[in-house]
Design a protein around this ligand. Structure first.
Ligand SMILES: Cc1ncc(C[n+]2csc(CCOP(=O)(O)OP(=O)(O)O)c2C)c(N)n1
Ligand SMILES: [Mg+2]
Length: 543
């Protein structure tokens, strides 16, 4: 059989560890996809919109800690990508996209497909690499994967149609990359010593854990909190890391409750482990303005919201570093640790303090969140899209150590919770997953319910249906307009879900939503719950 460049391209992707591709075909990538799927045996998840295919690759990368791969055709296919490129880039997701390129045959004035692909991709903050020749394919693809992994961002690798169809030498498959991240050592001893000095001397230390900490590191952070009397806080993505620990004071930044805020304001030293101290986590750097900040991160350049350098950086693996830091602190510390702060239950306090009466046929999403944590699967991912509704799962779902949160707030867009949930589900295999998305967000990309149904993905999707652009609805009056400008009749997600082939139901009461969740947990099939959310219930941030 005569091999072509598209065969070599496909083999190069396979050699880089590609097992799944999120794809939508066209002239520009059908050769590549044909080789990748039929000859290399890669699983194709066919998507209904390219922007969603990239969003799924993003979810795959976030959940699986592996490169997400997606493919689009040239011109119009590639033009559907920029929003997801921006989101994935801001989320530091390693992604490689194979894109067609119309090439010289299509490069004439008035040609339907011709456009400046590089400019569009670069404007969306991603890397654009062109495969140069039939003999450079493997090197070029390897370069794309290396940059995606190293820079943790999306890289678009393109090849023209002419080049893809050229004859080429298909070499036997080389050793496949296993894709696992390289071993990272503990931070340097002198930095650990300096950190131990600071921790031993601190009067009101605070430990902040992010998604870059694993269970071992979290256990060690709890040990360190016992020794030093530190309060324990998390980012949203690490919510639940310290559930049940009496020193735990909730999440940092925009989602802090008043007990946590008091601890953060009083802290004289913050140890931020595996946490990117972005503007949301640090209230644009104001939050820990009066504390010394020590970072413990693999990223040697991590800083405080871009406004301040940390006082000390521990660059290395969190668990390996903490294993050395703890005895160093113990040997220096003399004062007895402070007692744990007063216990505080934000959700109960908030429901008692703001007793909204839901309108008939709707429920209070805060009450649903308080109860639903016991009905959803014990372990697994909780994906949360962006909008007014997102505050309910983030702030009112009782934290659990076995739940891992994927908040999709990067770039502040709506609509990306759905593809990230799909990609994460594909990465997780048969593990059930729970996702929360707003009604408008979901309707923006509703066609991907078809992907969920076709792939039979075990996703429990809550459509948080307030029949409004809630984020705008709850602010319009304050700027002098009617809030009805952002309200509309609620879509019927039960009928929509059923039409796409999902198990679907309507929940006008908390009990109905709990029943649907319990049924999913017993038999995890693609499930959509139309949660009739009251418009009267206003989330804290919007009050
Ligand atoms: C692509 C995009 N368009 C518009 C916005 C502005 N916006 C932010 S939140 C929001 C409302 C989303 O509505 P929904 O998904 O129903 O969630 P809700 O706020 O009602 O809970 C909108 C339109 C945005 N962030 N991103
Ligand atoms: Mg809404």
């Amino acid at each position: 059989m005569v091999a072509r460049v598209h065969d070599v391209l496909a083999r190069a992707f396979s050699e880089q560890g590609t097992r799944t591709v999120f794809a939508l075909m066209g002239d520009g990538n059908m050769h590549f996809l044909g080789s990748l799927i039929e000859r290399e045996g890669v699983r194709a998840v066919n998507v209904r919109h390219e922007n969603m295919g990239l969003g799924m690759a993003d979810g795959y990368a976030r959940a699986g800690d592996d490169v997400g791969v997606c493919s689009v055709t040239y011109g119009p296919g590639l033009s559907n990508l920029p929003l997801s490129l921006l989101v994935a880039g801001r989320a530091h997701s390693p992604i490689v996209v194979f894109a067609g390129d119309a090439g010289a045959a299509d490069d004439y004035p008035g040609s339907a497909h011709h456009m400046n692909q590089r400019a569009l991709v670069e404007a969306a903050e991603a890397v654009y690499l062109e495969v140069r020749s039939a003999t450079s394919v493997r090197d070029d693809v390897a370069e794309g994967f290396r940059r995606a992994r190293g820079e943790r961002r999306p890289v678009v690798v393109s090849a023209t149609s002419e080049l893809q169809q050229e004859r080429a030498e298909l070499e036997p498959r080389a050793q496949t990359e296993d894709g696992s991240p390289p071993e990272v050592a503990a931070a340097a001893d002198d930095a650990i010593g300096a950190a131990a000095d600071l921790l031993a001397a601190a009067e009101r230390p605070l430990i902040l854990a992010g998604a870059g900490t694993d269970a071992t590191a979290r256990g060690l952070l709890e040990e360190l909190a016992e020794i030093t009397g530190a309060a324990l806080m998390t980012t949203i993505a690490a919510k639940g890391a310290f559930a049940g620990n009496s020193r735990s004071v909730g999440m940092s930044g925009s989602y802090m409750h008043r007990s946590g805020a008091a601890q953060a304001a009083a802290a004289d030293l913050v140890l931020a482990a595996g946490a990117r101290l972005d503007p949301y986590v640090t209230n644009r750097g104001h939050l820990f303005a009066h504390a010394r900040v020590v970072t413990l991160n693999r990223d040697p350049e991590v800083n405080v919201a871009g406004v301040r350098e940390p006082d000390l950086r521990l660059t290395g693996d969190a668990a390996a570093t903490l294993a050395k830091l703890i005895p160093a602190v113990e040997s220096r510390r003399s004062a007895p640790p402070r007692p744990a702060p007063e216990p505080y239950d934000f959700a109960s306090d908030d429901l008692a303090g703001f007793p909204y009466e839901p309108e008939p046929g709707t429920l209070d999403p805060r009450a649903l969140m308080q109860q639903v944590a016991d009905e959803i699967p014990e372990t697994g991912l909780v994906v949360v899209g962006a909008g007014h509704f997102c505050i309910f799962p983030i702030r009112y779902l009782p934290p659990k150590r076995t739940h891992r949160y994927l908040p999709v707030f990067d770039f502040g867009t709506i609509g990306q919770g759905l593809p990230v949930a799909i990609g994460a589900s594909v990465a997780g295999g048969s593990r059930p997953l729970v996702a929360f998305e707003g009604d408008a967000s979901l309707l923006m990309n509703i066609q991907e319910l078809d992907t969920i149904a076709r792939e039979r993905l075990p996703i429990l999707l809550f459509a948080m249906n307030d029949g409004a652009l809630g984020a705008e609805y709850h602010r319009l009056e304050r700027i002098g307009f009617s809030r009805d400008l952002a309200a509309y009749e609620r879509a019927d997600f039960r009928r929509i879900g059923e039409a796409f082939g999902l198990r679907a139901s309507t929940a006008e009461t908390v009990d109905q939503a709990l029943d649907a969740a319990a049924q999913f947990t017993r038999s995890p099939e693609p499930t959509l719950v139309d949660v009739r959310c009251s418009r009267r219930v206003i989330a804290p941030y919007y009050r």
